[in-house]
Structures are given as C-alpha cells and as structure tokens.
Design a protein around this ligand. Structure first.
Ligand code: CA
Length: 429
C-alpha cells in the first residue's frame, strides 16, 4: 500500500475520486486533547479512539492508523485486515516499551475496507461501524465493552448503559495484550448504502435514531460527517468525536471507466470518420482541379491553365498548361476583357477548342481586313444577333463550363465577325 496520510484532529484523503466519503474529528467540549485518529484512504477507512491520559492515547491511535495503512491489503480481505490490526497492536506495545507515549496506553480500532459491494471490518473496542441500508441504521460491530457484556447478559438496558458510571470501560483494546485479535466482519452491501465509522464520542452522545436521520437526510458525505459531529457537540460533546461516512457506490466507478473507455472509442471513430471525409473531399477537389481549365491573358498572349483562377489564403489552385500563340490584342474587346479575369472551361480540350476558334476568327477577320476591337462593329454585332459556326462551337465549349455569362460572352464575341465582315463589305461598297 502506498504511504497514506492519517489524520489527527483533521480530515485527509489520500485519493479523492468522487465525493463518496467524508470525515471529521473534533476534540469536543470537555477534553483537552483529541486522542482520536482517523484514516480515509479508500478503500480503507479507520477510526481509532486512543486512551491513556496526558496525550498518550493520541500516540496510540496515531500508531494504529499508521501501521494499519502500511499493512492493510490492497483489496478487502478480512483476515489480512485483521493481521494489519495485529501489527498495530504489537507496534503500540513496542512503542510503550521504548518509552514512546505511556505504559498502558491503548486504542480502539475500527478498520473497514470497502470496494464495489464488498465490505470487511476488523474491530477492537467500542468504536463502531454502522450501515444505513434502505434508510435503516444497523450497527454492524459489537462493542468490546463492559456495557455491551452487561446488556447482553440482561443486567442493563441500552438506556441505563448510556448513563452508567462505568460506560467507558472497554474489554479489548490495542496496546496491552500481544495475543489480542480483532473481530472480523465480512458482508455484502448494496449500492446506495452508507457506511459510518465513529468513536464513542458520537454514539455515546446521540441516539441511533438521531444518527439515522442525519445519515438519511444529508446527501453529501462530508456535510453529513460534519453535521453528525456538530450534533454530538450540541448534545454536550463530552468526549472526542470522530466520524467517517462512506457511500457504497458499488461498481459505479467501474461503470464510469467503462463509459469513459466507450466514449474514447467513439471519439476515435468520429475523428477517423472526419479524417476520411476530409481526405475524400480533398481527393474530389484535386480530381476536379485536375480536370477543369481556364484561359487567361498572360503577357499579351492567351494562356491555358489547368485548375481554377481563384486563390484561397494565398494558395493558388492552377498549373500552367501552355501559352498559345494567340495575342489578346487580336481578339474582340469583350473576349479580351474577360481574359483578364479568366474564362473557365470544363477541360483542357475545351480550352484548346476555344483557342482554335479564336485563331480561326482572327484569320478570317485578317482575310476580310476587319480591325479587332472596332466600336462600330461591336454595336453592329449586338444588332446582328447571329453567329457563324465558329461562334456556335465556341459558345458550346464555354456553355459547358456552366457559366452563362461566359457562354453569352463567347457568343457575343464570336458574333462580331459577321458584322465586321458586313461593315467591311459596306466599306468595299
Ligand atoms: Ca472516546
């Protein structure tokens, strides 16, 4: 077992998983010293009520929790827990022999280990373990005290024992008899049950039904422990009072781990799915960029690029395919303007076809002596409303790009040769 922290006059927790336990100890209203000690180191819980006067009880109870913390098993095991209590007994006897504390110092010991729905207790003296089960308080341990013996033999009632002058006489304790052994209790508890360990500073001051009410109605274990101590003090606080409250969470912790594990797997799956979707999208984008093309004016020539002319975060998504021999200045003004931005087409083949049409158009106009970019012919073109074969081909290539503007531009641009030629004809006439 890892080095635990025991507590004397304070509450310590070695591990704090969930707030499933709470503890408090108090000197009370009468005593000068708090000779009780407690240990909260789940699954181990210990209450020890020291005796011996002049603070020697404090030494005995501290040795008890220290040694039990060191020797207790990892998991609930009654025999092994009782053996840890034996070790504590011998340690206190040795300490007294070595002059630590006082000869005759001793302590009670109620040590409990609880894991899942398993509870084991090793018990010596009159500190107690109670269980709140289905709202009912049950005393789990039998006191090693004169009062308990007298009640059992019918000499006393519980009420008489409560005020009996010899009520604090105990018949078994750690620190005197090397052959002393703890009583062992092993039982199954239920999730929702509540374990209470306490010194007689609580059970001697409060009736069982009062303890039961606090355990029933105070949900938070730490608050519950505090309230019990407060009530004992309120009732007079004649003795040191120490309380440990631990809720039975059953296999909630195991279930929580299982859920956490499942959540981890699910998150992993979702992440993998996201990565797959992103990779798929990236692949589809790349495929698209590899297919589409556009024409653009570059150093006065019409260039063909694979991809799209846009940029995103400074990244470009295009690659130069070729620079054609077509001069932008030789083209119709509308087409030339659009080439500054780029004319998108479905494929490099469509771009090549469009360039072919530009070349055909330029050649035809050169043969007819028409000048490109003539404002008059442009206006005439709008009025003409007809296109030759070249315009039809270019228009269809452009329309394939799903860009109506592009298609109409292509058609309008290509419509011009007709009007140019008619204007040329007029000039000739
Ligand atoms: Ca006491």
């Amino acid at each position: 077992m890892a080095a635990p922290r025991h507590s004397h006059g304070a509450t310590h927790a070695r591990r704090a998983p969930l707030s499933t336990f709470g503890s408090r100890t108090d000197v009370g209203c009468v005593r000068e010293h708090n000779e009780d000690s407690l240990l909260v180191a789940p699954p181990l819980f210990v209450v020890a009520d020291g005796m011996g006067g002049h603070a020697a009880g404090e030494v005995a109870s501290e040795i008890a929790v220290d040694v039990i913390a060191r020797y207790a098993p990892q998991h609930p095991d009654g025999e092994l827990l009782a053996r840890a209590v034996d070790e504590a007994n011998w340690a206190i006897i040795r300490a007294a022999q070595e002059g630590k504390g006082r000869a005759g110092m001793g302590t009670t010991c109620t040590a409990a280990m609880m894991e899942g729905e398993r509870l084991v207790i090793a018990q010596v003296g009159d500190s107690r373990a109670y269980l709140l089960h289905h709202g009912k308080l049950q005393q789990l341990t039998r006191d090693h005290s004169l009062m308990a013996d007298m009640i059992e033999s019918g000499q006393l009632t519980e009420e008489e024992a409560r005020v009996h002058p010899r009520r604090s006489v105990i018949t078994r304790a750690l620190g005197s008899d090397p052959n002393m052994h703890a009583d062992i209790y092993e039982l199954n508890v239920e999730t929702g049950d509540r374990l209470l360990l306490c010194s007689d500073g609580l059970s001697g001051m409060l009736e069982d039904y009062e303890i039961e009410q606090v355990l029933q109605h105070t949900r938070d274990p730490q608050r519950c422990a505090s309230m019990l101590v407060n009530q004992a003090i309120g009732a007079g606080g004649h003795d040191n009072v120490t309380v440990v409250v631990a809720d039975v969470t059953g296999f909630a912790e195991a279930r929580r781990k299982k859920v956490a594990r499942k959540t981890k797997v699910f998150v992993g799956f979702v992440l993998a799915l996201l990565v797959a979707i992103l990779a798929g999208t990236a692949f589809a984008c790349q495929k698209y960029l590899d297919t589409v093309a556009y024409l653009i004016a570059e150093d006065g020539k019409v260039a063909v690029y694979k991809g799209v002319p846009d940029q995103l975060f400074g990244m470009s998504f295009s690659e130069l395919e070729r620079v054609s021999g077509v001069s932008v200045d030789d083209l119709q003004p509308g087409v030339a303007n659009r080439l500054q931005e780029g004319i998108r087409v479905d494929s490099v083949a469509a771009a090549d076809a469009l360039i072919q049409e530009y070349e055909n158009d330029i050649e035809r106009r050169a043969n007819q002596g028409a000048l490109p970019g003539d404002e008059t012919t442009q206006e005439d073109a709008n009025g003409a409303g007809s296109a030759d074969n070249a315009a039809g081909a270019a228009g269809s290539a452009d329309a394939g790009n799903a860009s109506n503007a592009s298609a109409s531009e292509g058609a309008a641009g290509e419509g011009e040769p007709n009007t140019s030629s008619s204007s040329a004809e007029r000039r000739q006439a």
